[in-house]
Design a protein around this ligand. Structure first.
Ligand SMILES: [Zn+2]
Length: 247
């Protein structure tokens, strides 16, 4: 060791050692409590199908304000909103059709659903196809109105799920000046038709017709954030009830 002018500096002897400062023990900061999602760990997989694609002819309505309602866009937006709500609840789901431009065939949609039925167990899956209804020539508004839910013909597990969804819709929509429509001929409120997408799906499957986009009042509501949030909320409340009922 050399000092400033190159002379070895004298070793310092007995230099007083500074006392170690007393360090107060610092507690490890506790991690923020993670709020448990209410349905976390539930073995129930919602399979979300969004009808049509941007390339599907028709399935649109020109509004008086110059805007156009496209059913494919509405269906995808509703599915996205449902997915976001399911995320916060911890309910697992799959979006079956990420494609926007290509209209995936109905049997392919069902096949995608069935691959998840194989993976998770048919009894643990629930398929919902999201649509909006139409009536008339697609140019002029018509009076047909109301929210409806569809299952295949005959009594299956899907009917119970459809009834639950219907009851939720029926309890919520009137608050927004909207209505439901039902077909009680077989004792429950769903409409029945062997639509390929629900007919070929192995698990309980329903198709929702979310109001009529050919009805002036309804389509204007479906173009609003409020309308879309309510429609998504109905699906999620229905799903929650269906899960609660199987516990
Ligand atoms: Zn449709």
């Amino acid at each position: 060791m050399f000092g400033k002018n190159g002379i070895t500096s004298e070793p310092v002897v007995n230099e007083p050692v500074a006392e170690e400062p007393v360090v107060e023990p610092v507690e490890e900061p506790k991690p923020e409590p993670v709020e448990k999602k209410p349905y976390e760990g539930v073995n129930f997989h919602v399979l979300l199908d969004n009808g049509h694609a941007s390339s599907t002819p028709g399935k649109r309505m020109k509004l008086e304000n110059g805007r156009v309602f496209y059913e494919y866009e509405f269906n995808r937006d509703i599915v996205r909103r449902i997915a976001r709500k399911l995320d916060t609840l911890g309910i697992p789901y799959e979006i079956l059709v990420p494609e926007v431009d290509k209209d995936i065939a109905l049997s392919e949609r069902a096949a995608r659903a069935n691959s998840f039925c194989s993976k998770y167990g048919t009894g643990n899956c629930f398929f919902i196809s999201v649509h909006s209804n139409a009536f008339g020539d697609g140019i002029n508004f018509t009076d047909a109105k109301g929210w409806s839910v569809w299952t295949t013909v005959g009594n299956t597990k899907s009917d119970g799920c459809a009834t639950t969804l219907f009851e939720v819709a029926d309890s919520i929509l009137p608050k927004f000046g909207m209505t439901t429509r039902k077909q009680m001929s077989d004792g429950d409120p769903d409409y029945e038709e062997n639509f390929t997408v629900i007919y070929k799906t192995w698990c309980p499957a329903v198709l929702t017709e979310n109001m009529f986009f050919t009805n002036k009042k309804e389509v204007m509501w479906l173009m609003t954030d409020e309308g879309r949030e309510v429609i998504a909320h109905i699906h999620v409340e229905g799903i929650k009830r269906i899960i609660d009922e199987r516990k």
